[in-house]
Design a protein around this ligand. Structure first.
Ligand SMILES: [Zn+2]
Ligand SMILES: [Zn+2]
Length: 332
């Protein structure tokens, strides 16, 4: 089979490998679509030890002897955290926090920029009939990751979505977050991005453009989502959040970061939430979020290319030219 290798320096080559042997608890997926993600940028620059790609869908073409709940021809999307199913977090329904089995598909084991991938059968999330394999990819980091973070924050609002929220950074994660808030019924959503084109896309989804140091929004937004990973955006989030509110950190950045504990911030009595991925029990609700704003979510998928186009797709993506492009390894 063919798969992509990130060699570093924005180079992606196509390599030919043997199909992996299917373990007793695994399935072999024929990959349908794999979406590009902001977190791919680092491995695309630095090189990556395994096949990259962590937002993908596919069809089961082979299964291990212990796999009973899936058939050849079953379709779905891949839940990337590897998990044991036995530890206390797994038992509580939080496999994303598994205590004994670290590792993520596409990060520590081979992922989705390939013709096939072998995954544990329990990591396949089956899709309802009305959601296609292309749409299914959006149900991963575009929808379910921000939705999980927002739900964690609701604990600070007596489990009710506040009437006002802001999203800083309107890349794929930020625009997804805006649509998730909209699909959840948030009436007043503010958006900020230095790129006018991205901000306009947010506005087309119903968001109101946020201006820096606007008295209406400073210290006035109960729920602020930071979706860029930029330190300036994190500082902005802390400026915007209303006392008693919550800042949700979704954007990634590996560099050490410090917060200036100003007297004003000290008195904000606010929460700062770092969420990771999502949990399977939320999927039914997430399918409904997608259905609520199907056209808008689908509009994020700007381009679809072949495996051979992976390098160029990532270069354009890194330059901000596309929002949620996808690779389709097999021709239709
Ligand atoms: Zn992602
Ligand atoms: Zn576990």
């Amino acid at each position: 089979m063919l798969s992509v290798k990130f060699e570093g320096n924005q180079t992606a080559t196509i390599v030919e490998t043997f199909l992996p042997p299917v373990g007793p608890d695994d399935v072999l997926l024929k990959i349908a679509y794999c979406g590009l993600c902001g977190s791919d940028k680092r491995p695309f620059h630095n090189g990556h030890p395994v096949t990259p790609g962590h937002e993908f869908s596919g069809t089961v073409v082979e299964k291990g002897t212990n796999v009973k709940n899936l058939s050849i021809g079953s379709t779905g999307i891949v839940y990337i955290p590897l998990f044991c199913g036995q530890c206390s977090e797994c038992q509580k329904g939080y496999p994303s926090r598994c205590e004994t089995k670290p590792g993520l598909v596409g990060w520590q084991v081979d992922g989705g920029y390939a013709e096939y991938a072998m995954i544990p059968a329990k990591n396949l999330i089956c899709l309802p009939e009305d959601i296609s394999l292309q749409e299914g990819v959006l149900l991963l980091d575009t929808i379910s990751t921000p939705a999980h973070g927002i739900r964690l924050c609701l604990k600070f609002f007596d489990n009710e979505l506040p009437g006002k929220a802001a999203v800083i950074g309107c890349g794929p994660l930020g625009l997804g977050s805006i649509l998730v808030l909209k699909a959840m019924g948030c009436p007043e959503i503010y958006a900020y991005d230095i790129s006018e084109a991205r901000l306009q896309q947010a506005v087309s989804f119903g968001a109101r453009p946020l201006t820096v140091n606007d008295e209406k929004t400073l210290d006035a937004i109960p729920l602020v989502l930071e979706a860029s990973g930029q330190f300036s955006a994190r500082a902005m989030a802390l400026d915007l959040v209303k006392a008693g509110g919550s800042v949700l950190l979704l954007g990634e950045n590996n560099a050490p970061w410090s917060i200036q504990p100003t007297p004003k911030l000290r008195r904000k009595d606010c929460a700062y939430v770092r969420s990771f991925y999502f949990i399977p029990a939320e999927m039914e609700e997430n399918f409904n979020l997608f259905r609520n704003c199907r056209t808008e979510f689908n509009s994020l998928v700007s381009k679809i290319g072949t495996l051979q186009e992976t390098e160029n797709f990532h270069k354009d993506f890194c330059e901000g030219k596309t929002i949620k492009p996808m690779i389709r390894p097999h021709s239709a």
